[in-house]
Design a binder for this molecule. Structure first.
Ligand SMILES: Nc1ncnc2c1ncn2[C@@H]1O[C@H](COP(=O)(O)OP(=O)(O)OP(=O)(O)O)[C@@H](O)[C@H]1O
Length: 329
Protein backbone atom coordinates (compact mmCIF):
# COMPACT_ATOMS: atom_id res chain seq x y z
CA UNK A 1 0.00 0.00 0.00
CA UNK A 2 1.39 3.41 -0.90
CA UNK A 3 1.61 6.32 1.48
CA UNK A 4 0.86 10.02 1.03
CA UNK A 5 3.53 12.56 1.95
CA UNK A 6 2.05 15.80 3.20
CA UNK A 7 4.09 18.93 3.87
CA UNK A 8 2.30 21.73 5.67
CA UNK A 9 3.57 25.30 6.16
CA UNK A 10 7.16 24.09 6.35
CA UNK A 11 9.81 26.72 7.07
CA UNK A 12 13.56 26.06 7.31
CA UNK A 13 15.98 28.82 8.24
CA UNK A 14 19.75 29.10 8.30
CA UNK A 15 20.24 32.04 10.69
CA UNK A 16 18.84 35.07 8.84
CA UNK A 17 18.23 33.16 5.60
CA UNK A 18 14.84 31.55 5.06
CA UNK A 19 15.69 28.76 2.59
CA UNK A 20 12.23 27.16 2.69
CA UNK A 21 9.37 29.54 3.37
CA UNK A 22 6.00 28.15 4.45
CA UNK A 23 5.92 25.39 1.84
CA UNK A 24 2.80 23.31 1.27
CA UNK A 25 3.09 20.25 -0.94
CA UNK A 26 1.44 16.85 -1.18
CA UNK A 27 2.97 13.86 -2.89
CA UNK A 28 0.08 11.40 -3.26
CA UNK A 29 1.01 7.84 -2.33
CA UNK A 30 2.50 5.82 -5.19
CA UNK A 31 3.08 8.85 -7.42
CA UNK A 32 6.09 10.95 -8.40
CA UNK A 33 6.20 14.69 -7.91
CA UNK A 34 9.00 16.46 -9.76
CA UNK A 35 10.50 19.49 -8.00
CA UNK A 36 12.19 22.08 -10.21
CA UNK A 37 13.63 25.55 -9.77
CA UNK A 38 16.87 27.43 -10.20
CA UNK A 39 19.93 26.78 -8.09
CA UNK A 40 19.48 28.11 -4.56
CA UNK A 41 15.66 28.04 -4.65
CA UNK A 42 15.58 25.67 -1.66
CA UNK A 43 14.93 22.27 -3.24
CA UNK A 44 17.69 20.38 -1.43
CA UNK A 45 16.90 22.09 1.86
CA UNK A 46 13.27 20.99 1.54
CA UNK A 47 14.45 17.44 0.73
CA UNK A 48 16.77 17.32 3.72
CA UNK A 49 14.08 18.61 6.06
CA UNK A 50 11.62 15.95 4.84
CA UNK A 51 14.28 13.26 5.34
CA UNK A 52 14.90 14.47 8.89
CA UNK A 53 18.45 15.72 8.21
CA UNK A 54 17.49 19.32 9.00
CA UNK A 55 15.14 20.48 11.69
CA UNK A 56 12.43 22.81 10.36
CA UNK A 57 11.69 25.97 12.28
CA UNK A 58 7.96 25.46 11.86
CA UNK A 59 5.42 23.42 9.93
CA UNK A 60 4.64 19.72 9.85
CA UNK A 61 5.51 16.66 7.76
CA UNK A 62 2.96 13.87 7.66
CA UNK A 63 3.48 10.40 6.23
CA UNK A 64 0.32 8.39 5.73
CA UNK A 65 -1.39 10.69 8.21
CA UNK A 66 1.33 10.25 10.86
CA UNK A 67 3.32 13.28 11.98
CA UNK A 68 7.04 12.54 11.41
CA UNK A 69 8.31 16.11 11.86
CA UNK A 70 11.72 16.41 13.51
CA UNK A 71 12.14 12.74 14.39
CA UNK A 72 15.56 12.05 15.78
CA UNK A 73 18.17 9.74 14.32
CA UNK A 74 17.37 6.18 15.34
CA UNK A 75 13.60 6.67 15.43
CA UNK A 76 12.02 3.64 13.71
CA UNK A 77 10.00 5.88 11.37
CA UNK A 78 13.11 7.64 10.07
CA UNK A 79 13.80 4.75 7.66
CA UNK A 80 10.43 5.44 5.99
CA UNK A 81 11.87 8.42 4.08
CA UNK A 82 15.10 7.77 2.20
CA UNK A 83 17.15 10.37 0.37
CA UNK A 84 19.50 9.63 -2.54
CA UNK A 85 21.95 12.38 -3.42
CA UNK A 86 23.50 13.65 -6.61
CA UNK A 87 27.01 12.35 -6.13
CA UNK A 88 27.29 8.66 -5.20
CA UNK A 89 31.09 9.02 -5.00
CA UNK A 90 30.57 11.35 -2.05
CA UNK A 91 27.66 9.53 -0.41
CA UNK A 92 29.26 6.06 -0.49
CA UNK A 93 32.12 5.22 1.89
CA UNK A 94 35.15 4.55 -0.38
CA UNK A 95 36.30 1.69 1.89
CA UNK A 96 32.94 -0.06 2.01
CA UNK A 97 31.94 -2.71 -0.55
CA UNK A 98 28.63 -2.49 -2.39
CA UNK A 99 27.25 -5.35 -0.31
CA UNK A 100 28.29 -3.76 3.00
CA UNK A 101 26.75 -0.43 1.95
CA UNK A 102 23.43 -2.12 1.23
CA UNK A 103 23.63 -4.08 4.49
CA UNK A 104 23.91 -0.75 6.30
CA UNK A 105 20.54 0.16 4.83
CA UNK A 106 19.17 -3.12 6.17
CA UNK A 107 20.23 -2.33 9.74
CA UNK A 108 17.10 -0.26 10.34
CA UNK A 109 14.89 -3.26 9.46
CA UNK A 110 13.56 -5.28 12.37
CA UNK A 111 12.11 -7.90 10.02
CA UNK A 112 15.50 -8.95 8.57
CA UNK A 113 17.67 -11.13 10.86
CA UNK A 114 21.43 -10.63 10.77
CA UNK A 115 22.06 -14.00 9.08
CA UNK A 116 19.63 -13.03 6.28
CA UNK A 117 21.38 -9.78 5.48
CA UNK A 118 23.89 -11.02 2.89
CA UNK A 119 21.20 -12.73 0.82
CA UNK A 120 18.90 -9.74 1.18
CA UNK A 121 21.70 -7.34 0.13
CA UNK A 122 22.24 -9.47 -3.00
CA UNK A 123 18.51 -9.34 -3.70
CA UNK A 124 18.57 -5.53 -3.41
CA UNK A 125 21.57 -5.32 -5.76
CA UNK A 126 19.71 -7.43 -8.32
CA UNK A 127 16.62 -5.25 -7.84
CA UNK A 128 18.60 -2.22 -9.04
CA UNK A 129 20.03 -4.16 -11.99
CA UNK A 130 23.43 -5.04 -10.56
CA UNK A 131 24.83 -8.55 -10.61
CA UNK A 132 25.36 -10.09 -7.17
CA UNK A 133 29.04 -10.63 -8.11
CA UNK A 134 29.49 -6.87 -7.52
CA UNK A 135 28.72 -7.48 -3.83
CA UNK A 136 32.43 -7.25 -2.95
CA UNK A 137 33.28 -4.32 -5.23
CA UNK A 138 34.48 -1.02 -3.81
CA UNK A 139 33.02 2.26 -5.15
CA UNK A 140 36.20 3.01 -7.12
CA UNK A 141 35.81 -0.30 -8.97
CA UNK A 142 32.31 0.68 -10.15
CA UNK A 143 31.15 3.09 -12.86
CA UNK A 144 29.20 6.23 -11.94
CA UNK A 145 25.93 4.59 -12.96
CA UNK A 146 26.70 1.45 -10.94
CA UNK A 147 27.58 3.55 -7.89
CA UNK A 148 24.28 5.41 -8.12
CA UNK A 149 22.49 2.04 -8.33
CA UNK A 150 24.28 0.95 -5.13
CA UNK A 151 23.13 4.18 -3.46
CA UNK A 152 19.58 3.40 -4.60
CA UNK A 153 19.84 -0.19 -3.33
CA UNK A 154 21.07 1.07 0.05
CA UNK A 155 18.10 3.45 0.27
CA UNK A 156 15.61 0.76 -0.79
CA UNK A 157 17.11 -1.71 1.69
CA UNK A 158 15.48 0.34 4.44
CA UNK A 159 12.09 -0.50 2.85
CA UNK A 160 11.02 3.16 2.63
CA UNK A 161 7.59 4.53 1.79
CA UNK A 162 9.10 7.69 0.34
CA UNK A 163 12.15 8.04 -1.85
CA UNK A 164 13.60 11.49 -2.41
CA UNK A 165 15.87 11.58 -5.44
CA UNK A 166 17.95 14.79 -5.34
CA UNK A 167 19.60 15.30 -8.73
CA UNK A 168 20.42 11.58 -8.93
CA UNK A 169 21.34 11.67 -12.61
CA UNK A 170 23.16 15.04 -12.72
CA UNK A 171 26.62 13.61 -12.05
CA UNK A 172 26.19 10.77 -14.56
CA UNK A 173 27.20 10.55 -18.19
CA UNK A 174 24.29 11.30 -20.50
CA UNK A 175 24.54 7.75 -21.85
CA UNK A 176 23.66 6.17 -18.49
CA UNK A 177 21.14 8.73 -17.23
CA UNK A 178 18.28 7.11 -19.15
CA UNK A 179 18.98 3.73 -17.57
CA UNK A 180 18.80 5.17 -14.06
CA UNK A 181 15.58 7.05 -14.88
CA UNK A 182 14.02 3.88 -16.28
CA UNK A 183 15.08 2.03 -13.14
CA UNK A 184 13.50 4.69 -10.95
CA UNK A 185 10.23 4.44 -12.88
CA UNK A 186 10.21 0.65 -12.64
CA UNK A 187 11.02 0.63 -8.92
CA UNK A 188 8.42 3.29 -8.23
CA UNK A 189 5.72 1.25 -9.94
CA UNK A 190 6.75 -2.17 -8.57
CA UNK A 191 7.28 -1.06 -4.98
CA UNK A 192 4.46 1.51 -4.90
CA UNK A 193 6.94 4.16 -3.80
CA UNK A 194 6.02 7.77 -3.19
CA UNK A 195 8.75 9.75 -4.94
CA UNK A 196 9.95 13.35 -4.79
CA UNK A 197 12.18 13.80 -7.82
CA UNK A 198 14.42 16.88 -7.77
CA UNK A 199 16.18 17.83 -10.98
CA UNK A 200 17.42 20.66 -13.15
CA UNK A 201 16.74 18.47 -16.14
CA UNK A 202 13.20 19.24 -17.27
CA UNK A 203 13.19 16.38 -19.77
CA UNK A 204 13.99 13.96 -16.94
CA UNK A 205 11.30 15.53 -14.75
CA UNK A 206 8.78 15.18 -17.53
CA UNK A 207 9.75 11.55 -18.05
CA UNK A 208 9.33 10.38 -14.46
CA UNK A 209 6.80 12.73 -12.85
CA UNK A 210 3.02 12.67 -12.53
CA UNK A 211 2.91 16.17 -11.09
CA UNK A 212 5.45 18.99 -11.16
CA UNK A 213 6.05 21.56 -8.40
CA UNK A 214 8.03 24.70 -9.18
CA UNK A 215 10.08 26.41 -6.48
CA UNK A 216 11.30 29.99 -6.50
CA UNK A 217 13.22 31.69 -3.68
CA UNK A 218 12.04 29.28 -0.98
CA UNK A 219 8.42 29.09 -2.09
CA UNK A 220 6.36 26.77 -4.29
CA UNK A 221 4.92 28.98 -7.03
CA UNK A 222 3.07 26.41 -9.15
CA UNK A 223 1.91 22.80 -8.88
CA UNK A 224 0.18 20.99 -11.75
CA UNK A 225 0.00 17.67 -13.57
CA UNK A 226 3.06 17.19 -15.76
CA UNK A 227 1.22 17.36 -19.10
CA UNK A 228 -0.58 20.54 -18.16
CA UNK A 229 2.40 22.37 -16.72
CA UNK A 230 4.69 21.58 -19.65
CA UNK A 231 2.17 22.60 -22.29
CA UNK A 232 0.31 25.41 -20.52
CA UNK A 233 2.20 26.82 -17.52
CA UNK A 234 0.18 29.41 -15.60
CA UNK A 235 2.96 31.02 -13.55
CA UNK A 236 5.32 33.31 -15.52
CA UNK A 237 8.31 31.79 -13.72
CA UNK A 238 7.37 28.28 -14.84
CA UNK A 239 7.00 29.65 -18.35
CA UNK A 240 10.50 31.15 -18.12
CA UNK A 241 11.98 27.83 -17.02
CA UNK A 242 10.29 26.00 -19.87
CA UNK A 243 11.31 28.64 -22.34
CA UNK A 244 14.92 28.05 -21.37
CA UNK A 245 14.61 24.50 -22.75
CA UNK A 246 15.31 24.76 -26.51
CA UNK A 247 13.21 21.77 -27.59
CA UNK A 248 10.11 23.28 -26.06
CA UNK A 249 10.11 26.16 -28.55
CA UNK A 250 8.62 23.98 -31.22
CA UNK A 251 5.51 23.33 -29.22
CA UNK A 252 2.57 25.20 -30.74
CA UNK A 253 0.88 25.65 -27.36
CA UNK A 254 3.78 27.81 -26.24
CA UNK A 255 3.34 30.15 -29.14
CA UNK A 256 -0.26 30.56 -28.08
CA UNK A 257 0.70 31.60 -24.56
CA UNK A 258 3.29 34.03 -25.91
CA UNK A 259 6.12 32.76 -23.73
CA UNK A 260 9.01 33.85 -25.88
CA UNK A 261 9.24 37.15 -24.00
CA UNK A 262 9.77 35.26 -20.75
CA UNK A 263 13.11 33.79 -21.84
CA UNK A 264 14.98 36.99 -21.19
CA UNK A 265 13.94 37.07 -17.54
CA UNK A 266 16.11 34.07 -16.66
CA UNK A 267 19.17 36.02 -17.72
CA UNK A 268 18.70 38.24 -14.67
CA UNK A 269 19.88 37.18 -11.24
CA UNK A 270 17.45 35.11 -9.16
CA UNK A 271 16.06 36.78 -6.05
CA UNK A 272 18.42 36.82 -3.08
CA UNK A 273 16.83 34.75 -0.30
CA UNK A 274 18.71 36.91 2.25
CA UNK A 275 16.67 39.89 1.05
CA UNK A 276 13.63 38.58 -0.79
CA UNK A 277 11.68 41.15 -2.83
CA UNK A 278 8.42 42.43 -1.36
CA UNK A 279 5.11 41.01 -2.57
CA UNK A 280 5.59 38.34 -5.19
CA UNK A 281 9.28 37.38 -5.07
CA UNK A 282 9.41 36.98 -8.83
CA UNK A 283 8.04 40.46 -9.56
CA UNK A 284 11.37 42.22 -10.38
CA UNK A 285 12.05 39.61 -13.10
CA UNK A 286 8.50 39.01 -14.22
CA UNK A 287 7.46 39.91 -17.78
CA UNK A 288 3.84 40.19 -16.58
CA UNK A 289 4.66 42.18 -13.43
CA UNK A 290 5.10 45.88 -12.62
CA UNK A 291 8.39 46.21 -14.54
CA UNK A 292 6.42 45.76 -17.77
CA UNK A 293 2.97 46.79 -16.46
CA UNK A 294 3.38 49.66 -13.93
CA UNK A 295 -0.31 49.54 -13.00
CA UNK A 296 0.14 46.04 -11.54
CA UNK A 297 1.10 47.24 -8.07
CA UNK A 298 -0.40 44.22 -6.31
CA UNK A 299 2.64 42.14 -7.37
CA UNK A 300 4.90 44.52 -5.45
CA UNK A 301 2.87 44.87 -2.29
CA UNK A 302 1.09 41.55 -1.66
CA UNK A 303 2.31 37.97 -1.72
CA UNK A 304 0.03 35.87 -3.93
CA UNK A 305 -1.04 32.49 -2.59
CA UNK A 306 -1.45 29.38 -4.73
CA UNK A 307 -4.83 29.46 -6.39
CA UNK A 308 -6.72 26.16 -6.50
CA UNK A 309 -8.05 26.63 -10.01
CA UNK A 310 -4.75 27.62 -11.68
CA UNK A 311 -2.29 25.88 -9.34
CA UNK A 312 -0.18 29.05 -9.56
CA UNK A 313 0.66 31.72 -6.98
CA UNK A 314 0.22 34.69 -9.32
CA UNK A 315 -2.13 37.68 -9.57
CA UNK A 316 -1.85 37.71 -13.35
CA UNK A 317 -1.44 34.09 -14.42
CA UNK A 318 -0.95 33.17 -18.04
CA UNK A 319 -4.11 32.27 -19.85
CA UNK A 320 -4.93 28.67 -20.68
CA UNK A 321 -4.29 28.20 -24.38
CA UNK A 322 -7.51 28.08 -26.32
CA UNK A 323 -8.58 24.68 -27.57
CA UNK A 324 -7.85 24.34 -31.29
CA UNK A 325 -10.79 25.56 -33.36
CA UNK A 326 -12.32 22.82 -35.44
CA UNK A 327 -12.73 24.31 -38.91
CA UNK A 328 -14.38 21.22 -40.24
CA UNK A 329 -13.53 19.86 -43.67
N1 LIG B 1 23.87 24.46 5.47
C1 LIG B 1 23.54 25.68 5.01
N2 LIG B 1 23.88 26.79 5.69
C2 LIG B 1 23.55 28.03 5.26
N3 LIG B 1 22.86 28.27 4.10
C3 LIG B 1 22.52 27.19 3.39
C4 LIG B 1 22.84 25.85 3.79
N4 LIG B 1 22.34 25.00 2.85
C5 LIG B 1 21.75 25.76 1.91
N5 LIG B 1 21.86 27.07 2.21
C6 LIG B 1 21.29 28.20 1.45
O1 LIG B 1 19.90 27.96 1.34
C7 LIG B 1 19.43 28.37 0.05
C8 LIG B 1 18.77 27.20 -0.62
O2 LIG B 1 19.76 26.24 -0.95
P1 LIG B 1 19.43 24.81 -1.54
O3 LIG B 1 20.71 24.02 -1.63
O4 LIG B 1 18.33 24.19 -0.75
O5 LIG B 1 18.90 25.17 -3.00
P2 LIG B 1 18.69 24.22 -4.26
O6 LIG B 1 17.46 24.70 -4.93
O7 LIG B 1 18.73 22.79 -3.82
O8 LIG B 1 19.96 24.53 -5.13
P3 LIG B 1 20.79 23.55 -6.09
O9 LIG B 1 19.88 23.26 -7.22
O10 LIG B 1 21.99 24.36 -6.46
O11 LIG B 1 21.13 22.33 -5.27
C9 LIG B 1 20.64 28.92 -0.69
O12 LIG B 1 20.65 30.33 -0.56
C10 LIG B 1 21.80 28.28 0.02
O13 LIG B 1 22.96 29.10 -0.06
Amino acid sequence: MSTDLDIRDLTVRFNALTAVDCVNLTVPGGTTVGLVGESGSGKSTLARAIAGLLRPESGRIHLGGKDITGQRLGHPDRRRVQLVFQDPAASLDPRMTAGSAVKQGLLSRTDIRSRQRTAEADRMLRLVGLEARLHDSLPRELSGGQRQRVALARALAANPDVLIADEITSALDASVQGGVLNLLRTLQAELGLTVLFISHNLAAVRYVSDVVAVMYCGQIVEVAPVDRITTAPRHPYTASLLEAVPTIEDRPSHRVTGLRTAAATLAQEPADPHQPPSGCRFHPRCPRGPAAHPERVACRVSAPTRDHSTGAACFFPLATPMAPIDLGR
